[in-house]
Design a protein around this ligand. Structure first.
Ligand code: GDP
Ligand code: MG
Length: 442
């Protein structure tokens, strides 16, 4: 499963502050296998992985402070985009009755979905709906639809096994016109596998009744096979949308990506149960989260992130214990930690009360931008200056200001902040350090 795969792959990123071409390669390989296992078709997987690689190697992710999270963000975005960005409802803008043609293999869920749609149109859209079955092959298929329409109290147009499908459909259309139905839903026969006669029959039906919506109904549990079915129906009919059924089961939803890719048509609804209430509008973003198992993945990233912070914190704690003083290098690493922790403001909130009292009152919490500037100034210093800030006299400060593109006052302000932090660290080195770090993370 994608979740497990990604979990494993992201674990390898643990402890690495940055994503690079090489470590991204490993994660992408896992994403690729995972998508294949989630039943996404190979060409779709290829395109997907290429897009993610391209976007993940872009500046935003590589320079992000939480690259793992940023990476998943990219995966999620690309998934969402490939599935259509947003929900597209039914298009019934036509001279009534608007005809909806249901297409798909036997067992896909056409008849059930016809009932669900009728219920939805009646209750949510206040439409007058007529249902008709053109499935003259399967015994009891017509009766199945009749029973459904009775249970939702929607009009049903009777048909008989000796009639031709087009004949049935035309009669139903005529009836709908005369009885002012807003929508006519035409259920059709499917075969267990794609078959030329079936395709020709539904093509003829399509030409006869000119549906405004031709919906391809496909079982999400079909996995890889869904691709071939979708291709065949997409080539035979001008589909207007897709309904993916049986998503209440174990299906990860990878079929959504492939079917969309193969047909280039929007997924409009998903089936989430045998009952007639089991129909939901399709939301690409939610499906992306489902495919990714987003909840699990996000919590993993947070955990990985925490372990990075902890290593840093432990290094610093060790150093302070050995009696070494807190220098500008440490200050910089502290600032980086702060940014990860959500800025100084967030950190201050988490500091034990007696510690934050030790800090100058009214010190404005610098934002992300300010923190970056401070880092820039420290970067302009020589390693010796960072270790021994007392060396920083006027001429050195001018050089640093020039080198980092700021005014000398800003360098002075930074040094004042640093001294404050140094004082605090001295206080903490008497054993409080680890406690503080622990406090910060909760
Ligand atoms: P058709 O041959 O395409 O008309 O398929 P049916 O509508 O007869 O459905 C075939 C089977 O799938 C039936 O047992 C339905 O109850 C079941 N089914 C249809 N849609 C869903 C769904 O969204 N979830 C679940 N769990 N079962 C469904
Ligand atoms: Mg049926």
């Amino acid at each position: 499963q994608l979740t497990e795969r990604l979990t494993g792959a992201l674990k390898t990123l643990r402890g690495q502050a940055r994503l690079s071409e090489s470590n991204i390669q490993d994660v992408l390989r896992e994403v690729r296998i995972a998508l294949l296992e989630a039943d996404v078709a190979l060409p779709v997987v290829k395109e997907f992985v290429d897009t993610v690689r391209r976007e993940a190697l872009g500046q935003a992710v590589l320079s992000s402070l939480t690259p793992g999270q940023a990476f998943i963000g990219v995966v999620h975005q690309v998934l969402t985009r490939l599935m259509g960005e947003q929900n597209e409802g039914l298009n019934l803008a036509t001279q009534p009755p608007a005809v909806i043609l249901m297409a798909g293999l036997q067992g896909a869920g056409k008849t059930t979905t016809a009932g669900k749609l009728a219920k939805w149109l009646k209750e949510q859209q206040k439409k007058k709906v007529l249902l008709v079955s053109c499935d003259i092959y399967r015994p009891a298929a017509i009766e199945q639809l009749q029973i459904l329409s009775q249970s939702i109290e929607v009009d049903f147009f009777p048909s008989f096994a000796h009639q031709a499908p087009e004949e049935i459909a035309l009669a139903a259309l005529d009836h709908a016109r005369h009885h002012y139905h807003d929508v006519l839903i035409v259920d059709t026969a499917g075969r267990l596998a794609i078959d030329e006669a079936m395709m020709q029959e539904i093509q003829r039906l399509h030409q006869t009744i000119h549906p405004v919506e031709t919906l391809f109904v496909v079982d999400a549990m079909q996995g890889q096979d869904a691709v071939n079915t979708a291709r065949a129906f997409g080539e035979a009919l001008p589909l207007t949308g897709i309904i993916l059924t049986k998503l209440d089961g174990d299906a990860r939803g990878g079929a959504a990506l492939s079917v969309r890719h193969v047909t280039q048509r929007p997924i409009k609804f998903i089936g989430v149960g045998e009952k007639l209430t089991g129909l939901e509008a399709f939301h690409p973003e939610r499906m992306a989260s489902r495919i990714l198992g987003m909840g699990d993945v996000l919590s993993l990233i947070e955990e990985a992130q925490r372990s990075v912070d902890k290593t840093e914190a432990e290094k610093l704690a060790k150093k302070l214990k050995k009696g070494q003083s807190f220098d500008l290098e440490d200050f910089k690493s502290q600032l980086q930690q702060m940014r990860k922790a959500g800025g100084i403001g967030a950190m201050m909130d988490k500091l034990p009360a007696q510690l934050s009292r030790g800090l100058a009152p009214g010190t404005a919490a610098p934002d992300d931008h300010a923190l970056r500037r401070i880092e820039g100034i420290i970067n302009a210093m020589t390693p010796l200056e960072r270790r021994r800030p007392e060396l920083l006299k006027a001429s050195r400060k001018r050089r640093i200001a020039l080198g980092s593109g700021v005014q000398v006052q800003e360098v002075n302000r930074l040094l004042a902040q640093f001294e404050q932090m140094q004082k605090m660290m001295k206080m903490l080195s008497q054993g409080g350090m680890t406690k503080m770090m622990r406090g910060m993370r909760n």
